[in-house]
Design a protein around this ligand. Structure first.
Ligand code: 1GP
Length: 259
């Protein structure tokens, strides 16, 4: 039986229609739940297309509280970006069912998923199967350290492309290129370009993106969804939400040489 997948259908429609999306990552450890309804309203008014919620650690027991707070004002999808099975909740619209395919750690490839799957089904949560690849940066990121997963070297675009192809052949619905939260270097556009040229599923790119130009560069290279986390954790940067949304939405129409 095919289960309804409204959030994935929405992402896929945007991908097929050439409408790149900006998603903002909310880390519950760095967020005050009372601030979230206002932040969500501000971000979506600025053109943000959706939110991811999660993080590698859970220092505070506020995960579900954050989800509930976001749903007060959210008109766009609120999707769990799980750091582990402790971040499964029926309060979200969907969950990225992430398999860290760049690594060879069986727990991150299938083990945690076996534990989470019955819970996800019971909660009626839409699971979006995602081939998640960690791409090396200049620093060891939390994602890499916490997952015991080796990253793909950033200059080896063809290795990332082969992983993406395998993920699609295995039936995964998204391919996610992750430089790591706060990474000093984001995913190279040449890698995004090679990956998206090989697969039909939407390509998600995140980690270390700090300027509208960098976001537009990922889209011009073929990213369908760009994720920004750290940058908007500083209140002073929120005024840039609209500039980022516009850069992503218009990124396809620009040539990379203009950036
Ligand atoms: C999501 O981990 C990223 O893919 C977010 O990275 O916090 O560096 O934007 P930043």
């Amino acid at each position: 039986m095919t289960r309804p997948a409204p959030i994935y259908d929405r992402l896929l429609a945007a991908h097929r229609e050439g409408r790149p999306q900006l998603f903002v990552l909310v880390d519950p450890d760095k967020s005050d739940p009372s601030d979230l309804p206002g932040f969500v309203a501000e971000a979506q008014d600025a053109g943000v297309d959706g939110f991811l919620v999660g993080g590698s650690l859970a220092l505070l027991p506020t995960f579900e509280e954050c989800l509930r707070a976001m749903k007060v004002t959210a008109r766009v999808p609120v999707v769990i970006f799980p750091g582990g099975v402790h971040q499964v909740s029926g309060e979200a619209d969907a969950i990225l069912f992430l398999s860290i395919i760049s690594g060879r750690n069986p727990e991150q490839l299938i083990g945690q998923h076996v534990i989470a799957a019955p819970m996800v089904r019971e909660l009626g949560l839409e699971a979006i199967s995602t081939g998640y690849m960690i791409i090396s940066s200049d620093a060891v990121t939390s994602t890499e350290y916490m997952s015991y997963s080796k990253p793909i070297p950033r200059e080896k675009a063809e290795i990332a492309a082969a992983h993406a192809l395998a993920a699609e052949m295995l039936g995964m619905k998204l391919v996610y290129l992750e430089a790591g939260s706060g990474a000093p270097q984001s995913v190279p556009p040449a890698m995004v370009r090679m990956v998206q040229a090989l697969v039909d599923v939407p390509v998600v790119v995140g980690g270390g993106i700090r300027t509208p130009e960098a976001a537009a560069e990922k889209v011009a290279a073929g990213a369908s969804i760009v994720i920004i986390g750290n940058h908007f954790e500083e209140d002073g940067n929120r005024a840039q939400l609209r500039a980022f949304a516009e850069a992503v939405h218009e990124g396809r129409t620009r040539s990379i040489t203009e950036l």
